[in-house]
Design a protein around this ligand. Structure first.
Ligand SMILES: Nc1nc2c(c(=O)[nH]1)N[C@H]1C(S)=C(S)[C@@H](COP(=O)(O)OP(=O)(O)OC[C@H]3O[C@@H](n4cnc5c(=O)[nH]c(N)nc54)[C@H](O)[C@@H]3O)O[C@H]1N2
Ligand SMILES: Nc1nc2c(c(=O)[nH]1)N[C@H]1C(S)=C(S)[C@@H](COP(=O)(O)OP(=O)(O)OC[C@H]3O[C@@H](n4cnc5c(=O)[nH]c(N)nc54)[C@H](O)[C@@H]3O)O[C@H]1N2
Ligand SMILES: [Mo]
Length: 818
């Protein structure tokens, strides 16, 4: 143990394997160097001088670079960087709470020994299913250091782990669409119309959830060029008209001159059903396609017309729900029938209670529209996000994964339920899953205290396991709620290779700076743990990091050679900084669904019937009242038409942030400069603000029965009255009473599944009230590290938690409420 007051030695115990004979950063040279790198928001050139990064310059080939990039290097040297391994003091003494304690700085040897011993204790005593390795979330763009690949390989070799299925992005569509149109979870993105097709053939794009340019900045793996918005403009230039169905006007670019249909949030299904009603009753529906290429048309029609339940889903019915005038609904239906139309569905509309329904109803609307299976028409998912609709997919060979012997995987967004209710069952897509008794949570890549809903509830659930281990570079809420914090190198401090999905440039990511205090990469941490657990050779396969990067490149090269694509050898690639792949031919013929339209018997799709399933006997057979066998309007748990709206009369839209990727780099320039009074900005309509005595720039308190946060008011008539918009990603900063001082919407959002079918997340189903925060609102502390001590406590009377699980290691056994 280090003597009091003297910092522990923190050098990483294993020799540095990655950079032997490789390009290293010479900290003494004043020479200016330039090297390429890639983030999910684009490709940049890193300019260094004397080992310090002085600039990040967007790749000159990128016509529309993201403003997020240039400022992010500052986070690597910020006070909230973690430079030494840390252990929560209360975990050592068997007391305290996660998220509320001080941390003890320890030597690397000690941190690694504690981690390996605890993993071994849990797997031996409770079995590998007691280790939650779901570790959901984004990491950084490099494919070798992709943290989920690293942690899953490591935990699978350690005997397995409880994994997660589906995503926070798209869970409802990932599960429902295979029942409706067949194929895998991305079946609609892959088969929707491409932008060149839209430019040439479409006349109308009706987009539920808009085509927000802010969301086109991100492409998983990193884009070398951002072209999404220029395609939208090209379409507008070719005469395509856009309709933005969204509570937010800014969800389409002004130069598209879109018609704004300011819908009440969470009511898209009702609008879609009413559009179908107009098509059916005005004899505009494509009944030929619906009868030949779909199953269940008659039952769906009976539901829409009200023959079945006595309630016609007509324009007047929908007007009362959506707050869109019935005349506008009828007019929109006629426009859809008269034109080659894309029905685009943003992913946001399924991140809601019954989120399966708007996707299913959107397919039904497209099926009746006359454009399904015709070039430049039909249903699309996520057009406007990333480079959807732009180019085909190449990919880099992934880090090899051994099979994970533990099952079942749990629906990712049900994490708090799983932790709180071991032994309980969760219905999911026809199965019934039993929650394992999780004793250890291990996270590398992803931030549950960013992505999950109802963070107060998550913080309670987080008290249950014996141990939480996290790899993080920064003191964000993910690190603060852990017991063992293992700091890791950032993308600029390691070597890797990257390729954006739908991109054509592979980037050689050079190491541009040295990490502080010899902080290792995720891979080196796992290699050191594997050594302690006896499988180091299997984990590293004897390769250095540079050799792994080369290996993944060579595997990619071999695979592409089979498609007659030649890549240069590794040395050349590494020296050049990039390698180019050919542009893929973009589809131009109506795609997969054109064949279905032409001859459904000869070209069935991969559903049980081979047709588009307007009614699914499979889903109906599950007997879920919250997701019956066809698209229906089911009232959400919270919405502006609900009884609860009297107490909390504003609908919270918590969308993707313009100035960062989720919570990543919230402390860096682009995000910081957009804050209002130091808080996350919340957009509200001037009428709603006036009624509450709120002026532009005020600090406000947003609250409901689940929680409360402070935020900075921004008044704008670009949101419809009754709606407030608070983007995700402000670092969670709770005070002692749970008030988040910074503006993280997930203290307010609802933590319940979309339905028994997909169990997806439902942050879009959230009502709130907003009030002035009053004088002297508490300052934001999110970017100040927690209190750190240098000396390990003497074991308390409980003894170290991990040695004495009988004494309720952590707070296992505690109920949901504290
Ligand atoms: N209210 C609300 N909540 C939402 C959403 C919403 O619309 N509304 N959207 C949801 C969606 S779509 C998503 S995808 C999720 C996103 O949720 P996340 O993917 O969890 O969010 P990020 O902030 O990107 O978290 C990435 C974390 O990984 C860390 N990291 C980055 N690179 C590395 C690495 O190489 N190694 C290690 N060890 N760590 C690394 C970063 O520091 C960061 O803490 O949020 C979901 N949450
Ligand atoms: N800059 C930036 N871009 C990103 C990300 C990021 O963090 N930052 N995250 C990426 C990720 S992981 C994902 S999954 C995608 C997500 O892509 P989306 O899910 O499409 O993105 P959101 O911004 O959540 O939602 C899009 C818009 O839908 C509108 N909307 C909200 N609720 C409703 C509703 O009930 N009905 C209708 N009609 N509209 C509604 C909102 O105004 C919102 O701006 O974005 C990606 N792009
Ligand atoms: Mo996402």
């Amino acid at each position: 143990m280090a003597p009091a007051g003297r910092p522990a030695t923190t050098r990483f115990p294993l020799p540095h394997p990655g950079y032997r004979g490789a390009v290293t950063v010479d900290e003494h040279s004043r020479e200016i160097t330039r090297s390429p790198t890639t983030f999910h928001w684009g490709r940049y050139e890193v300019v260094t001088s004397g080992g310090e990064i002085v600039a990040l310059e967007p790749d000159p080939a990128d016509p529309d670079p993201s403003p997020i990039g240039p400022g992010v290097a500052e986070a690597d040297r910020a006070p909230y960087r973690i430079t030494r391994p840390m252990v929560r003091e209360g975990w050592l003494t068997g007391s305290g709470t996660r998220g509320g304690d001080r941390f003890v700085a320890v030597r690397w040897e000690r941190a690694l020994d504690l981690t390996a011993r605890e993993l071994d204790r849990v797997r031996t005593r409770h079995g590998n299913a007691a280790i939650y390795g779901g570790s959901y979330g984004w990491g950084s763009a490099g494919r070798f250091h992709h943290p989920q690949s690293q942690i899953h390989r490591f935990l699978a070799m350690a005997g397995g782990y409880t994994a997660s299925v589906n995503s926070y992005s798209q869970a409802a569509m990932e599960v429902v669409l295979p029942h409706v149109i067949g194929g895998g979870p991305r079946s609609l993105e892959e088969r929707g119309p491409s932008w060149p097709e839209i430019v040439d053939h479409a006349e109308l794009v009706v987009s539920f959830g808009g085509l927000a340019a802010k969301n086109a900045q991100m492409v998983p793996g990193g884009p070398s060029r951002h072209t999404q918005v220029s395609w939208q403009r090209a379409a507008a230039g070719a005469g395509v008209r856009f309709v933005n169905v969204s509570p937010v006007r800014a969800d389409t670019e002004p130069d598209l001159r879109a018609r704004w249909v300011p819908i009440r949030p969470a009511t898209d299904t009702a609008l879609m059903l009413a559009l179908c009603h107009v098509l059916l009753t005005e004899d505009l529906a494509d009944t030929d396609f619906a009868r030949r290429c779909c199953v269940g048309f008659d039952r769906f029609r009976d539901y829409v017309l009200g023959t079945a339940d006595g309630c016609a889903k007509d324009a007047e019915w929908a007007a009362a729900i959506t707050d869109i005038p019935a005349g506008d609904i009828r007019d929109l239906a006629r426009q859809i029938a008269a034109h080659r139309t894309v029905i685009n569905l943003a992913w946001s509309i399924q991140r809601q209670d019954h989120g399966e329904q708007p996707y299913w109803a959107g397919i039904a609307l497209a099926a009746l529209s006359g454009s399904f299976g015709r070039p430049g028409g039909g249903p699309a998912a996520g057009l406007g996000i990333a480079e959807t609709g732009v180019r085909g997919h190449w990919s880099i060979a992934a880090l090899p994964q051994p099979p994970n012997p533990v099952s079942p995987a749990m629906p990712v967004a049900r994490i708090a339920d799983v932790l709180l209710h071991p032994g309980a069952t969760i219905d999911y897509n026809g199965a019934r899953l039993t929650c394992p008794d999780i004793r250890l949570v291990y996270w590398a890549g992803g931030n549950p205290f960013h992505h999950h809903q109802d963070l107060g509830r998550l913080a309670r659930a987080w008290q249950r396991p014996d141990t939480v281990i996290v790899h993080e570079a920064w003191w964000n809420a993910n690190a603060r709620h852990a017991d063992i914090v293992l700091p890791v190198a950032t993308p600029l401090e390691r070597e890797d290779l990257a390729l954006g999905s739908s991109d054509t440039t592979i980037t050689a990511m050079h190491r541009a700076a040295a990490p502080p205090a010899d902080v290792p990469t995720d891979h080196r941490v796992f290699a050191a743990l594997a050594e302690r657990l006896g499988f180091a050779e299997r984990f590293t396969e004897g390769r250095t990091e540079r050799q792994w990067v080369r290996e993944l490149y060579e595997r990619t090269r071999t695979r592409l050679a089979a498609s007659n694509v030649d890549l240069p050898d590794f040395e050349r690639f590494w020296t050049d900084g990039s390698a180019s792949l050919p542009e893929r031919e973009m589809r131009h013929d109506g795609g997969a669904f054109a064949a279905l339209r032409a001859d459904p018997d000869a070209h069935p799709i991969a559903t049980p019937s081979g047709r588009v399933e307007l009614v699914s006997d499979t889903v109906a057979g599950f007997g879920y009242p919250d997701c019956p066998g066809m698209p229906v309007w089911l009232e959400p748990a919270e919405w502006l038409g609900a009884a609860g709206a009297a107490r909390h009369p504003l609908h919270l839209v918590s969308n993707q942030p313009r100035t960062r990727l989720h919570s990543q780099y919230d402390g860096a320039r682009a995000s910081r400069e957009a804050k209002v009074a130091g808080r996350e900005p919340v957009d509200l309509h001037p009428d709603d603000a006036r009624a509450r005595g709120i002026a532009d720039g005020d600090v406000v308190r947003i609250h409901n029965d689940r929680g409360a946060c402070l935020a900075g008011a921004r008044l704008t008539d670009a949101v419809r009255p009754g709606v407030v918009v608070l983007a995700t990603g402000a670092w969670y900063d709770p005070d002692a009473d749970g008030l988040d001082r910074h503006g993280n919407p997930n203290v307010l959002t609802r933590d319940a599944g979309t339905s028994r079918l997909a169990q997806g997340p439902t942050p879009g189903t959230t009502l709130v009230e907003v009030s002035p925060a009053g004088p002297d609102p508490a300052p934001v502390r999110a970017f100040e590290p927690p209190e750190i001590v240098e000396t390990e406590p003497a074991p308390g009377h409980h003894g170290p938690a991990h040695h004495c699980p009988a004494h309720g290691a952590g707070n296992h056994g505690a109920g949901e409420k504290r």
